[in-house]
Design a protein around this ligand. Structure first.
Ligand SMILES: [Zn+2]
Length: 353
């Protein structure tokens, strides 16, 4: 709180402070008014960050993350616009967004959702499904959703959980702004050595489906260590945002047999645990009609990033991306996502990724 100082100099300072506060207030009012008039318009932003941010909890550097980019942005948005603004953070990265979860765990106005590999040993070894909020009865209970992906999970596991758990919750929560944190390190063969089998195209599909649920989307990058996958993943996201006809290529429903039993179980348990908070429609799947359907292949990438030139431990850069048309280029640095079981276990243990 401001205190009155003795003497003429003190009064001057006080007047200055009052003027500053009035200008700040006016600025906020203008921003709010602008937002109110703009409410229905679609607005999208894309930031390319290196290193990622979702392991940083504001207290410590963790998993390459120095600054939680999403949280820093949300903090600013809330300060300028409205502290009660409803915000969604959808984090699709092979690692749990532990820092982001911690920062918003008791905030009922920020819905944090994380898809990540979880088998008890994979870095950062957090992100259990049942972490819904501080406690039952707390206002924020049900505003943290973890979707654990088991080894071998594919695009269909992700879509199954997305459509049967995540979207019904988002539809009820009705976020005013959505942060879509894209980490392409869950793509099969990424240098982070994931056991998940995602394709780069799933990131565009998720974005496409999110666009019908929220008119303001900020896309930001998390992990992703094989450059060509990162470029292809972001390419598909940008195609979705720009309305390209190459998106929405996954079927609206699919055979149950394509889904891993662990995913089905996780979906059923989460729906059951949260049925008093959210209304879940019937499960979306269809056992007929898709026998011949094949996984879409990644097309030539039109996004080239310099991210592979920046080692995440030693540099911090924001918006490194240049967009250009390029022919599909295979990842040549470091021999792609191989490395063998031994290397994989070592990396997971040491938390290098
Ligand atoms: Zn990651």
């Amino acid at each position: 709180m401001r205190t009155r100082r003795r003497g003429g100099g003190g009064e001057e300072e006080e007047e200055e402070e009052e003027g500053r506060q009035a200008r700040e207030k006016e600025k906020k009012e203008r921003a709010r008014e602008k937002y109110k008039n703009d409410k229905c318009k679609k607005r999208y932003a894309v930031t390319l960050n290196r290193p990622p941010g979702h392991h940083c909890d504001g207290q410590r550097i963790h998993g390459y993350c120095y600054i939680n980019n999403v949280a820093a942005s949300i903090d600013r948005v809330c300060k300028v616009m409205d502290t009660k603004m409803k915000i969604l953070v959808l984090d699709v990265d092979v690692h749990h967004g532990d820092g982001t979860q911690k920062l918003f765990y008791s905030n009922p106005n920020v819905l944090t959702i994380s898809f990540h590999q979880f088998d008890g040993t994979f870095f950062p070894c957090t992100g259990e499904r049942k972490e819904y909020g501080p406690s039952r009865g707390h206002a924020a209970y049900g505003t943290n959703i973890n979707i654990p992906l088991h080894p071998g999970a594919t695009d269909y596991d992700l879509l199954y959980a997305l459509r049967n758990v995540v979207w019904p919750i988002v539809d009820e929560f009705q976020p005013e702004i959505a942060y879509y944190a894209v980490g392409t390190d869950g793509v099969d063969g990424d240098r982070a050595c994931p056991d998940t089998k995602l394709s780069p195209l799933i990131y565009g599909q998720v974005c496409y489906e999110l666009m019908s649920r929220c008119s303001k989307i900020v896309v930001t990058t998390e992990g992703g260590y094989t450059t060509s996958f990162l470029a292809d993943g972001m390419n598909s996201v940008m195609q979705a945002l720009t309305g390209s006809h190459n998106v929405n290529i996954f079927p609206s429903s699919f055979a149950q047999a394509w889904i891993r039993p662990e995913t089905k179980n996780a979906v059923e348990c989460t729906r059951s645990d949260l049925k008093k908070i959210y209304r879940f429609p019937d499960l979306v799947y269809d056992n007929t009609g898709y026998e011949d359907w094949k996984q879409p292949q990644t097309s030539a990438s039109h996004v080239h990033t310099f991210m592979h030139q920046i080692h995440p431990r030693t540099h911090f850069c924001v918006c490194l991306c240049v967009i250009s048309r390029r022919e599909n280029k295979q990842e040549t640095r470091g021999g792609g996502g191989g490395g063998g079981e031994k290397k994989k276990k070592e990396l997971h243990k040491t938390g290098k990724y």
